[in-house]
Design a protein around this ligand. Structure first.
Ligand code: ADP
Ligand code: MG
Length: 260
């Protein structure tokens, strides 16, 4: 199951703090008349690595997207690092500057070089001087092991390399929380490992992470908690050992039997 995780994982920095990073209370969301998220309650502490899994259409992406207000919730509360997400644009900007997001389809700007992709938001949103933004970008491109691609365009890179650029681009904004929505599901098998390795390194440095993924090897090795969603609800959650060994609900058992 964990053939993609070959490296020894250093858990020394992966400590969960008492401080709350994200608090979601009685949150509900509808798309028109479709009730997509139902009474979501969730507390994420700083340093947690949470894997969210569940069948297609269960609301995983919607939940992740509500956390940085790419989608709006209609009732209940979402508080990120002490900031409540409401229609107040100032709060939305503050939260977005603390929360990085990586999507299934990299979403790089095709007409910009890798370096320009990484410096765009720091220069225009953060007002970082270009030279400093470029130094920071090169630092993170080295971290994801592709500094030599800096002057190429996204279309010249493999999928795995593009996804690592997307991660580096997020890190350039110095986020306190990273959200991943199926970051490896559009990749060929041989590229999944390089992206997971990058995510493991982030976890080893203590980043608070929420990852929607079906990479159960990653969940076993890195997550401190696995959340299972179905039909817009959190059905079950547990630490990975218990979650996989001893799933409680029939829906979780059925899901695991289909993917493992
Ligand atoms: P998952 O990520 O778990 O596959 P999603 O959060 O993408 O689930 O979708 C949950 C449900 O909401 C699905 O039934 C999907 O069709 C529906 N949905 C997603 N986005 C929209 C949208 N923008 N408008 C209407 N329905 C949507
Ligand atoms: Mg999804």
């Amino acid at each position: 199951m964990s053939e993609v995780i070959e490296r020894q994982i250093d858990r020394s920095h992966m400590q969960v703090s008492d401080e709350v990073a994200i608090q979601i209370s009685q949150m509900n969301k509808w798309y028109g008349s479709f009730h997509v998220l139902r009474d979501i309650n969730m507390t994420v502490h700083k340093g947690e690595r949470i894997v969210i899994c569940g069948p297609s259409g269960s609301g995983k992406s919607t939940l992740i997207r509500c956390i940085n207000r790419l989608e709006e919730h209609q009732s209940g509360q979402i508080v990120v690092d002490g900031i409540e997400l409401t229609s107040d644009l100032k709060n939305i900007d503050k939260v977005r500057s603390e929360v990085g997001m990586v999507f299934q389809h990299f979403n790089l700007f095709p007409h910009l070089t890798i370096l320009e992709n990484c410096t765009l938001a720091p220069i225009w949103v953060r007002k970082t001087p270009r030279k400093e933004a470029e130094e920071v970008a090169m630092h993170y491109l080295k971290k994801v092991k592709i500094p030599e691609q800096a002057y190429k365009y996204p279309g010249q890179l493999s999928g795995g390399q593009q996804q690592r650029v997307a991660i580096a681009r997020s890190l350039c904004m110095k986020p306190r929380i990273m959200l991943f929505d199926e970051p490896t599901s559009a990749l060929d098998p041989e590229m999944i490992k390089e992206v997971l390795d990058t995510m493991i390194e982030l976890a080893e440095e203590g980043m608070t992470m929420l990852c929607v993924t079906h990479e159960m090897g990653f969940a076993q090795a890195v997550a401190n908690r696995v959340i299972f969603m179905d039909q817009g609800q959190i059905v079950e959650q547990n630490e990975p050992g218990e979650f996989f060994r001893n799933p409680k609900s029939e829906r979780t058992k059925l899901f695991l039997s289909q993917i493992l």
